[in-house]
Design a protein around this ligand. Structure first.
Ligand code: ATP
Ligand code: MG
Length: 567
C-alpha cells in the first residue's frame, strides 16, 4: 500500500468507472486475472499535478487489485529528452508515496519494435514513403473525404525493406522518408489512413546513443510496449480515445492467436484554472525565466507544489475529490487550495511570525524580565503538544493591527482599548510615537498581570486576539508570498498573447525584515506551519541558520472564489 492513503479515505471511496471495468474483467477472468498497469511519462519535462492524477490511478489500481504498476519512460524522441527529467520523475513518484514494480524504457524495445516493423513490411502491411511530411498530410483527406494513396504505397516489399534498413543506417536525411503502416486511406478514422510509424532522427539518444537513426512514433511504440511488458490495463487521457482502434490494430497484428492482450481505457485529463499544464509551456516559463525554475513554488509541477508546502496527502485528497470521468473540464484551483488547507489545518503546528513588524512596548513590564509562555501546537490535534514562546517588555506586532484612530468595529489595537496577546496577557493600548514623517515607530500598552493563563482573570473576554513576538527573542525572516501565476482563469485560451503577457505581475511578493518566534530556529526545509492569523507557510530550502526563508503555501481563507467542494 502507498504510505499516504489513509484507511478512512480508502474506505469512503466508491468505485470509479475504471475500477468497475477492472472488477468486471477480474470477474470474467480476462488475462488470467492479472492486473498490470504502467505510468508512461515522456522524460521531456518535470511532472505536473495532471500527471499526479494519472499516477494515482495507475499505481492506485495496481495496489487495490494486487497487481503491479511499472514505470515506463516513453523515450522515443531523443531530441527533447534528458536524464535530468528521468531522475526528477522518479523522485516525484516516490514523494507521492508510490512504488513501481520495474523501470522500463520504450528504448528497451527498439529491437523488438524494429523486428515487428520488418514483419509488417514483409506481410505487405507497411511501406517506405519518400514524400515530404506536408504532402503526406495533404493526402490524408478529411473525415468526410477519403485520402489519396501515396505513389509509394504499392512499392515492392524488398524495396521498402532495403530503404528501411538504410534509413536506420543514417544514409538519408531527417524528413526525407518515413515508414507508414498500410491500412486504409478511406477509413473514417483518420488514424487508420496509413499512419507514419517510423521517422529518421539523427540526434543521439540518451540511452541508446547512435545505435538507431529510425525511431518509432508514439502510436507504434506505446501499445506494443504495453504488450511486451504484460500490461493488462493501459490507462491514458481522453485525447487518445481516437487512437484506440489503431492501438488494437497493432496489438492484433503482434499477438497472433495468443489470448493475452492489453486494453486501453481513457479518462479525463486534469486542467486547473489560473495555470497551464502542458510541458511545452512549462518549459517555456522556465527558459524565458518567467519563473525561477521547474520547482518555483508558483509552478503546477509536483516539485513546485512540494517546495510550496503541499504535502503528498493533500494532493491525494484533491485527486480523490475530482475523480475520473469521460468528460474534459477545468477544475477550480480553489479546490486544490482547499485540500491543502484542510490537510494543514490538521497537521501544521501553530507559530507566531510578524510579517510587517512595528514595536509594541509594554510600559508596565520590567525591562530585564521575560517569561516563557505556553503555546498550543495544534488545537485540532491534542497529541501535537505545546512549545514555549518568550514574552518581554518589547514586542513586535503587525503594523496593520494598530490604528491610531480606529472605526468602531476595529477589534485590534487602538488607544484606550484592550486586546489579548495570544498565549499571554490582555493589554490596553495607551498611545504611540511617530517619526517626523508621521510614520508610527512605537506603540505603547500596559498589561494586566491577572490575565495570563492560570491567573484569576485569564478568562476575561476581549474582542480581539493578536499575534506577536518578543523583539529580543525573535529571528529575522524573509517571507515569500505567492499568488496565482496567471491573471486569467484559462490562460491556454489566450492564443494571441505571449506567456509573459499572461503572468500575474503580483504572483510573487518578497517580504524581508519579518520576525519569527525563536522556536522556528529548529525548523527544517519543507516543514509546514500555520502562522497564526496569516496562513500556512513552509520553510524554503533557501533557508539558512542565519536567515530563515518561508513560502506561503496558502492563505487561511480563500480570497478568490467560492470553493465548489464536490466531496
Ligand atoms: P504534456 O502534454 O503536458 O506534455 P503528456 O501527456 O505529453 O503531457 P506524458 O509524459 O506523455 O505527458 O504523460 C504521461 C502520462 O500522464 C500519460 O498517460 C498522460 O495521459 C498522463 N497525463 C498527462 N497530462 C495529464 C493531465 N493533465 N491529467 C491527467 N493525466 C495526464
Ligand atoms: Mg505525451
Amino acid at each position: 500500500m502507498s504510505d499516504i492513503h489513509t484507511k478512512e479515505e480508502e474506505g469512503k471511496k466508491s468505485l470509479n468507472f475504471i475500477e468497475t471495468i477492472v472488477e468486471n474483467d477480474l470477474a470474467e477472468g480476462k488475462n488470467d486475472g492479472c492486473i498490470q498497469t504502467r505510468f508512461p511519462p515522456e522524460p521531456n519535462g518535470y511532472l505536473h499535478i495532471g500527471h499526479a492524477k494519472a499516477i494515482c490511478l495507475d499505481f492506485g489500481i495496481a495496489e487495490r487489485y494486487n497487481g503491479i504498476c511499472n514505470l515506463r519512460f516513453d523515450d522515443t524522441n531523443p531530441v527533447k529528452e534528458d536524464v535530468e527529467y528521468i531522475d526528477s520523475i522518479k523522485e516525484d513518484i516516490e514523494w507521492l508515496g508510490f512504488h513501481w514494480g520495474n523501470i522500463y524504457y520504450a528504448s528497451d524495445y527498439f529491437q523488438q519494435l524494429w523486428d515487428f516493423a520488418i514483419q509488417l513490411i514483409q506481410e505487405g502491411k507497411a511501406y517506405v514513403d519518400e514524400q515530404p511530411a506536408e504532402v503526406i498530410a495533404q493526402q490524408k483527406g478529411t473525415p468526410t473525404q477519403p485520402g489519396t494513396d501515396s505513389p509509394y504505397r504499392n512499392r515492392p516489399v524488398e524495396e521498402s525493406l532495403d530503404l528501411f534498413r538504410r534509413m536506420n543506417e543514417g544514409e538519408f536525411e531527417e524528413g526525407s522518408m518515413v515508414l507508414r503502416a498500410k491500412i486504409d486511406m478511406a477509413s473514417p478514422n483518420m488514424h487508420f489512413r496509413d499512419p507514419i510509424i517510423y521517422r529518421i532522427i539523427k540526434h543521439p539518444h540518451h540511452r541508446t546513443g547512435t545505435a538507431w537513426k529510425a525511431y518509432p512514433m508514439y502510436d507504434f511504440a506505446h501499445g506494443q510496449s504495453d504488450y511486451f511488458e504484460g500490461v493488462t490495463h493501459s490507462l491514458c487521457t481522453l485525447e487518445f480515445e481516437v487512437h484506440r482502434p489503431l492501438y488494437d490494430y497493432f496489438i492484433n497484428q503482434l499477438k497472433g492467436d495468443g489470448d493475452y492482450r492489453p486494453y486501453q481505457i481513457e479518462f479525463n485529463r486534469l486542467n486547473l484554472t489560473y495555470t497551464v499544464m502542458s510541458k511545452r509551456k512549462l518549459l517555456q516559463l522556465v527558459q524565458e525565466k518567467l519563473v525561477n525554475g521547474w520547482d518555483d513554488p508558483r509552478m503546477p509541477t509536483i516539485c513546485g507544489f512540494r517546495r510550496r508546502g503541499y504535502t503528498p496527502r493533500s494532493i491525494h485528497k484533491f485527486i480523490n475529490k475530482i475523480g475520473y470521468t469521460k468528460f474534459d473540464g477545468i477544475i477550480d484551483m480553489a479546490l486544490l487550495e482547499h485540500s491543502v488547507r484542510e490537510e494543514l489545518n490538521q497537521s501544521a503546528p501553530r507559530v507566531s511570525v510578524v510579517l510587517n513588524p512595528v514595536k509594541l512596548i509594554i510600559t508596565n513590564y520590567p525591562e530585564d524580565k521575560f517569561e516563557m509562555m505556553t503555546a498550543i501546537n495544534n488545537p485540532e490535534d491534542p497529541e501535537a503538544g505545546t512549545h514555549e514562546i518568550a514574552f518581554s517588555r518589547e514586542l513586535f506586532i503587525e503594523r496593520d493591527d494598530f490604528m491610531e484612530e480606529a472605526p468602531k468595529k476595529f477589534f485590534r489595537m487602538t488607544s484606550g482599548k484592550e486586546v489579548r496577546l495570544k498565549n499571554a496577557y490582555i493589554v490596553k493600548c495607551t498611545g504611540c510615537k511617530k517619526d517626523e514623517n508621521g510614520e508610527i515607530v512605537e506603540i505603547y500598552a500596559e498589561h494586566d498581570p491577572m490575565t495570563r493563563s492560570g491567573m484569576p482573570d485569564s478568562d476575561r473576554k476581549v474582542k480581539g486576539t493578536l499575534h506577536w513576538v518578543s523583539a529580543n527573542h525573535s529571528l529575522e525572516a524573509e517571507v515569500r508570498l505567492y499568488d496565482r501565476l496567471f491573471s486569467m482563469e484559462n490562460p491556454s485560451e489566450e492564443k494571441d498573447k505571449s506567456l509573459a503577457e499572461l503572468i500575474n505581475p503580483d504572483s510573487l511578493q518578497v517580504l524581508t525584515g519579518c520576525r519569527a518566534e525563536a522556536h522556528l530556529k529548529e525548523a527544517k526545509p519543507l516543514d509546514n506551519f500555520q502562522f497564526q492569523r496569516l496562513g500556512y507557510f513552509n520553510v524554503d530550502p533557501d533557508s539558512t541558520a542565519d536567515r530563515l526563508v518561508f513560502n506561503r503555501t496558502v492563505s487561511l481563507k480563500d480570497t478568490w472564489s467560492k470553493v465548489k467542494d464536490k466531496a
